[in-house]
Design a protein around this ligand. Structure first.
Ligand code: PAF
Length: 282
């Protein structure tokens, strides 16, 4: 695996790798876990080479969020990627990504608004901006993102379409299903912040979601079901529910009933200072 920190050698290396076939990009912020490795493994089934980026993007953290606390473990991450057969690690410094005088922001309206967009103002501008830059830097043929961040995936797909960020592969932006612990909790770098007691309580999140999704699918009213799920999260140890919503899976428009289009149940809830998000199809 080649580790690159400068743009010109990165582009020369990607062009050389592309001679063998498509190059897939898996953008990450490091602190890699099985969820990220599942993206790498999925990428290998679509591409001749996998490039992974590790960049802790300050622009997607709010003023009161955990940027300083965010785990930084490049050596350990690098070893994991090497073992997975990743060809290239792109690890730019913040000054390369956002040099002195940097002034451009990518804002995607519609799908960025509501849900996490309400609780984390500016977050999706930060995500869209850095992913747009990563696509332009690495110039991959396709890119893979976890479905756990469902709204992020929708924002990135919208941004790539709107800005004509042509990724040549037939399936340019691929969503990969969420990897879960045995009790159903979605893998997340944030799980590391949970105490043992909080970690046990966190299992209520996938349980309440599954319960609500099954009830709604069987015809129960959406609003009362979501309120009941919210109450069971609070009773189960969550301190605050940012949202629990049934949405159109593509547009993320809120739904009060199932219709013809695919629907998704999305939740963000806090235990202590830790905010967990998850989503499942309905
Ligand atoms: O999902 C993440 O890890 C980040 O939001 C991403 C897509 C790498 C952009 O910084």
């Amino acid at each position: 695996m080649q580790t690159m920190t400068q743009l010109d050698p990165l582009r020369r290396t990607v062009d050389a790798l592309r001679v063998d076939g498509p190059v897939a990009l898996v953008p990450t912020m490091g602190a890699l876990h099985e969820g990220h490795l599942s993206l790498v493994r999925a990428a290998k089934t679509h591409a001749a080479h996998v490039a992974v980026s590790i960049f802790i993007n300050p622009r997607q953290f709010g003023a009161n969020e955990d940027l300083d606390k965010y785990p930084r473990q490049l050596a350990a991450d690098s070893a994991l990627l090497e073992a997975e057969g990743v060809s290239l690690l792109w690890a730019p410094e913040p000054t390369l990504m956002y040099p002195q005088g940097y002034a451009t922001n990518v804002a995607v309206s519609g799908v960025s608004e509501g849900l996490c967009g309400t609780a984390r103002p500016g977050h999706f501008d930060g995500v869209a901006t850095v992913v747009c830059k990563l696509f332009n830097q690495v110039r991959p043929d396709l890119a893979l993102f976890g479905e756990k961040d469902w709204q992020q995936l929708a924002v990135i797909r919208r941004m790539a379409r709107d800005l004509d960020l042509t990724l040549p592969h037939a399936e340019a932006i691929i969503g990969v299903p969420t990897v879960r612990e045995a009790d159903g909790l979605a893998l997340s770098s944030r799980n590391a912040y949970l105490s043992a007691e909080q970690r046990a309580a966190a299992a209520e999140l996938p349980r309440a979601m599954r319960w609500a999704a099954e009830r709604i699918a069987r015809g129960a009213g959406v609003e009362p079901t979501l309120r009941e799920a919210e109450q069971s999260l609070l009773a189960g140890g969550f301190d605050r529910i940012d949202y629990i919503a049934l949405c159109d899976a593509q547009s993320l428009a809120p739904l009060t009933a199932l219709g013809g289009n695919a629907a998704r149940l999305l939740v963000a809830a806090r235990i202590g200072a830790t905010r967990l998000i998850d989503n499942i199809p309905v």
